[in-house]
Ligand binder design. Structure first.
Ligand code: C2E
Ligand code: MG
Ligand code: MG
Length: 696
């Protein structure tokens, strides 16, 4: 007798004392126990005792004084479903006992089995079996609840590939009820196809069983529900083993990824498209060009890339607001898309820039036709917020393979060509030419070397005398910048000043010019030469710079030159650009004592009323008039008019670019006081200029 086995209370419900006695005896001398027997004779007594718990098993006779037949068992079993019941078959027919077993009784005992060996064994077995059943039930319940409560669908098969189980999610997703599905071939219930080919996908169960390990499902897998509805799924399958390690079937776990897949498609779309116009963005465009190039190479065909920039879009955007700007961009993109073939790509690069890929052209001429077509389609007014907006575009075209063999080069060269189109008057298109790039490259190199030119002291000033036309006496000098490059010789200002203005380098360069010219003028005075005003050219960028007036003041005090010996030459354009602030700056300079001249007079659009208000000392008649005075009567009339006007404004008049004695003579007849030009002297290096002064 093992002490680990607990004592079990057995309830005997039996009206026959002889049987009860036999049972009592059998349990008493058993060594299987230990059992404590409680005996009642009535069914009702038995029920009452059972309700008090603590009963390990019941021995039940089916013919009791107060209950007989199968319902005796049923009532008892219902009252205590957890307690194992054994039927005593002594007084009843064996069939009735069997019936009870079918309904949940653990066993039945014939009178011959009520001995000290058989009875305790039967009881012990019944108690243990019931405990195992209960445990299994709990285990199974737990599994079922788990499987039904997880979000994934679970489905299992036997070794023959027939369905053995589906959880609730699997039922919903396949459209099959468990009862119908069980026993059906797996692929009838779980119909999957490859989303891209729409061919049946590989059977994951088969794969898992074949490879005897967990496998993932085909990517892009689609499950077809019983009613034909399709959902994107993601899943894995694994083999099921028995205790010996043999495969007995497989289990597949899957879930719906339709939403996730739609989201990722949407994300790919927005990563590749422009938000405002929904056109492909530069990323997708590059892809398309690359694909198109691959095809064109095989078919030995050209393709064209058109870079389009809207003219004056910024102006519309600034004045009407971003919402209107966006609407205009949308309207433009609609026209562009409508104007090209379905196989072409219209993309937005950002801002007001679009790139169009023409993949089906036969020759560059086709691209020109498309470009014209696009310009025309854009030119019809765009109706935005009840307003008719006009917008033009400038376009550059590059052709594969001549202008580039990859997307990046083609786009870049089309962009360069577009830039040229803008320069040549907007609303037109230009084909890319190799020299466009060369110019750009040259310009960049120039910028780079210009930056270093100041430190390397490559700049120098030449001085050109201004003379009194009647006496020939030198009345002043104009400082003109030169760039002495080691390898290129002397570069004239027309080749680098505009670029220096563009990139801002004109500010340090201009300050260097001003300082050098003032220092030189002062140095000449210090060597005893007669004091002369020195003229320095000031570009618009310098003049508009906030620190300009202070810069002039500083340089004058640094170099010790009196302000009255400095003259600043400004063009008409500079003066007229912003007349109000110009007047203020000129006033400051005038207060300082600096002289002011209008350079290239007659070429700009001066408003006389403004000119009258500005504290100007000198008007310099542009050389283009002077050049023609002796050949063209119209020009001579203009020059006379300018000279007279200048006099009426009480300004000193000086004529530029005098090359001949005739020109000088004519100007003298018109009472022009001073002149400047090759007739008197070329611009000279400082030393030579000093010599010229000494000779005078
Ligand atoms: P500008 O101020 O009108 O200078 C007069 C230009 O005419 C100078 O050209 C001068 O060499 C040239 N010239 C003088 N006499 C004659 C002549 O008889 N016939 C002809 N055909 N030309 C003559 P340069 O030195 O090449 O300067 C060109 C322009 O570059 C200047 O026009 C001026 O606008 C600008 N510039 C020159 N130096 C500077 C500077 O230091 N700073 C700035 N911002 N601009 C400068
Ligand atoms: Mg000048
Ligand atoms: Mg000039």
């Amino acid at each position: 007798m093992s002490s680990s086995i607990p004592r079990s209370v057995i309830l005997l419900i039996e009206n026959d004392p002889a049987t009860a006695k036999a049972i009592q005896a059998a349990l008493a001398d058993s060594n299987t126990g230990p059992f404590d027997l409680e005996w009642v004779r009535q069914f009702s007594e038995g029920l009452e005792r059972l309700s008090k718990k603590g009963i390990a098993a019941v021995l039940l006779d089916l013919s009791l004084p107060d209950s007989r037949g199968i319902e005796t068992f049923d009532k008892l079993h219902t009252a205590a479903p957890d307690v194992p019941i054994l039927i005593l078959g002594g007084n009843v027919h064996e069939d009735l006992a069997k019936q009870a077993v079918e309904r949940g009784a653990q066993d039945y005992l014939l009178p011959g089995h009520l001995d000290g060996y058989s009875l305790p064994r039967a009881l012990r077995n019944a108690i243990e079996r019931k405990a195992i059943e209960d445990a299994l039930y709990v285990e199974k319940e737990r599994a079922v609840v788990t499987l039904n409560s997880i979000g994934d669908a679970v489905l299992s098969t036997d070794i023959f590939g027939c369905i053995t189980y589906l959880n609730l999610v699997a039922e919903a997703m396949t459209g099959w009820h468990r009862e119908e599905a069980i026993g059906k071939p797996f692929d009838e219930v779980f119909r999957i196809i490859d989303g891209s080919t729409r061919k049946p996908a590989r059977d994951p169960m088969e794969m898992a069983v074949e490879q005897n390990k967990a496998v993932g499902l085909t990517v892009n897998c689609i499950l077809i529900r019983r009613d034909g509805f399709e959902s994107a799924i993601e899943d894995s399958a694994a083999p099921i083993h028995d205790r010996a390690g043999r495969i007995t079937g497989a289990v597949i776990v899957f879930h719906d990824v339709s939403a996730a897949r739609a989201m990722s498609l949407q994300m790919t779309h927005s990563a590749q498209h422009d938000l405002v116009t929904n056109l492909p963005n530069r990323l997708l465009l590059k892809d398309r060009i690359t694909q198109s190039i691959a095809l064109a190479r095989r078919q030995n065909r050209p393709i064209a890339v058109i870079f389009l920039d809207l003219d004056r879009f910024k102006y519309i955007n600034d004045s009407l607001g971003h919402a209107a700007g966006d609407k205009l961009l949308q309207s433009v993109s609609k026209r562009l898309v409508a104007g090209v073939r379905g196989s072409d790509t219209v993309s937005r690069q950002g801002g007001d820039e679009f790139v169009i890929l023409l993949s089906g052209i036969a020759n560059p001429g086709d691209a020109a036709t498309s470009a014209k077509h696009i310009l025309l389609s854009l030119s019809t007014p765009h109706s935005i917020g009840g307003q008719d907006l006009h917008i033009d575009g400038s376009m550059g075209i590059s052709i594969y393979p001549e202008d580039g063999e990859d997307a990046e080069t083609l786009i870049k060269n089309a962009d360069t060509a577009m830039y040229y189109a803008k320069e040549t008057g907007r609303n037109n298109f230009q084909f890319f030419r190799a020299e466009m790039n060369r110019a750009a490259v040259e310009r960049q190199t120039l910028e780079g070397s210009m930056r270093r030119a100041i430190e390397r002291e490559e700049f120098l000033l030449h001085y050109q005398p201004k003379v009194n036309l009647d006496t020939g006496e030198i009345t002043g000098a104009e400082a003109l910048i030169r760039w002495q490059q080691l390898d290129r010789g002397i570069v004239p200002p027309s080749q680098f000043v505009p670029i220096a203005e563009d990139c801002g380098l004109i500010l340090p360069i201009g300050r260097w010019v001003l300082r050098t010219a003032c220092r030189q003028a002062r140095a000449w005075q210090d060597t005893g030469l007669p004091p002369l005003p020195i003229a320095v050219n000031i570009s618009a960028v310098e003049f508009r710079d906030k620190g300009f007036v202070e810069g002039v003041r500083t340089i004058l005090s640094e170099t010790g030159l009196e302000a009255r010996y400095l003259e600043l030459e400004l063009t008409e354009g500079v003066l007229m650009e912003d007349a109000k602030s110009t007047a203020a700056v000129l006033q400051d300079l005038k207060m300082m004592g600096v002289r002011l001249a209008v350079d290239d007079f007659g070429t700009g659009y001066s408003s006389l009323s403004y000119l009258r208000q500005f504290p100007i000392d000198t008007l310099k008649i542009d050389q283009s008039f002077v050049r023609q005075i002796t050949s063209n009567p119209d020009d001579s009339a203009i020059v006379s008019a300018i000279i007279n006007m200048a006099k009426s404004l009480k300004h000193l008049v000086i004529a530029e670019g005098i090359e001949t004695r005739e020109q000088r003579a004519y100007l003298q007849t018109q009472r022009c006081a001073e002149g400047q030009g090759y007739l008197f002297s070329q611009p000279l290096a400082a030393a030579q200029f000093a010599q010229l002064l000494r000779m005078a």
